[in-house]
Design a protein around this ligand. Structure first.
Ligand code: SF4
Ligand code: SF4
Length: 80
């Protein structure tokens, strides 16, 4: 299990989650519209959930149907 970043991050990218993640597992690049959580490195601490101003960080099990594709979107960024 892991946490994932969903649609509300698109275009926001304020990096509040990066500032609180204890294992530095949240990444992006200049060409990406959002940030992504490394699914193997995330320790499910939930700090990013509390820090995100737009509620984009969710536990994988809590992702609503509309955003299920973002689970794969996060994995693909890391070529997993
Ligand atoms: S749940 Fe914790 S470890 Fe996982 S991405 Fe969020 S802050 Fe990082
Ligand atoms: S805190 Fe939320 S909106 Fe900001 S970069 Fe992280 S996931 Fe995106």
């Amino acid at each position: 299990m892991t946490h994932v970043i969903c649609e509300p991050c698109v275009g926001v990218k304020d990096r509040s989650c990066v500032d609180v993640c204890p294992v530095d597992c949240i990444y992006t690049d200049e060409n990406s519209p959002q940030l992504y959580i490394h699914p193997l490195d995330c320790i499910d601490c939930t700090l990013c959930v509390e820090a995100c101003p737009v509620d984009a960080c969710l536990h994988e099990d809590d992702v609503p149907p509309l955003w299920k594709s973002f689970i794969e979107t996060n994995r693909k960024f890391f070529k997993l």
